[in-house]
Design a protein around this ligand. Structure first.
Ligand code: ADP
Ligand code: MG
Length: 249
């Protein structure tokens, strides 16, 4: 089986609190795996262990078959673990396109296999167009970043992360702080990105999760209580009681 990311029995304790309690899950090639659960369930704690900001008490994290538990966050990025860029790393006076071009170029560094400079440029701009294709940001590609709305910057962050061609992308609540229309646009951007890169998506917005996920895992008090397709999770009585029910309250 070719799991891109494989978590086994991850335990993280904060004093007496077990924030992730023997969490096991996998993200397969081409899969968008959504992680949902109420506030305080341990979702961010889990993401932070994967990217290396927190050290688990026990368990294992394998990226493309390699154990990455002991590695620094930077080394994990080097092995293909992708996260969204901070908005602050965008060049405000440059256009959306140029920011993306810079990210593609930075990824290649001196390693471009094309030696002709004109061809190199064309390869970069072709890739930028491919990243933008099908996203609401495509229409805004010539705008300066400074002139973008907040939601558009969040879309650009996603595309900047995609430009690094990660093996897997970790997204912790990309819709947070967005209004309804901006969330819809982010869903479109994620839909366009989906399939190019496997993703582990933590998201509170159930509309987004149900629209995008191939598989959903539900975390409650640090434990995965269910894992399955959108239909299976929607129909699961334990999930409805523990989580979805709260939406009706
Ligand atoms: P979620 O992202 O699902 O809302 P978190 O992972 O942020 O949940 O938090 C899970 C639990 O761990 C919560 O009870 C939270 O208060 C606790 N927690 C998170 N980070 C820390 C920390 N650095 N120190 C102590 N407790 C923490
Ligand atoms: Mg969180």
């Amino acid at each position: 089986m070719s799991a891109v990311l494989e978590l086994s029995n991850l335990v993280k304790r904060f004093g007496g609190l077990t924030a992730t309690d023997h969490v096991s899950l996998t993200v397969g090639a081409g899969e968008l795996h959504a992680l949902i659960g109420p506030n305080g369930a341990g979702k961010s704690t889990l993401i932070n262990q994967i990217c290396g900001e927190l050290t688990p008490n026990s368990g294992s994290i394998r990226l493309a078959g390699h154990e990455i538990m002991g590695l620094s966050a930077a080394d994990r990025v080097g092995l293909g673990l992708g996260r969204t860029f901070q908005i602050t790393s965008l060049l405000e006076d440059w256009s959306v396109r140029r920011n993306l071009g810079l990210a593609v170029q930075a990824r290649e560094g001196g390693n471009f296999r094309i030696f002709d400079r004109v061809m190199q440029r064309r390869a970069i701009w072709d890739e930028v167009e491919a990243l933008l294709a099908g996203t609401p940001l495509a229409e805004r590609a010539d705008q300066r970043v400074a002139d973008l709305a907040h939601g558009e910057k969040k879309q650009l962050e996603l595309l900047m992360a995609m430009a690094m061609r990660p093996r897997i992308l970790l997204l912790d609540e990309p819709m947070a702080g967005l209004g309804h229309v901006e969330s819809q646009m982010m869903i479109e951007a994620l839909r366009a990105a989906k399939g190019q890169t496997p993703m582990l998506l933590v998201e509170h917005d159930m509309e987004a999760v149900f629209a995008l996920a191939d598989r959903i895992s539900v975390l409650v008090y640090g434990r995965v209580i269910a894992s399955g397709s959108v239909e299976e999770i929607r129909a699961n009585p334990e999930v409805r009681e523990a989580y979805l029910g709260e939406e009706d309250a």
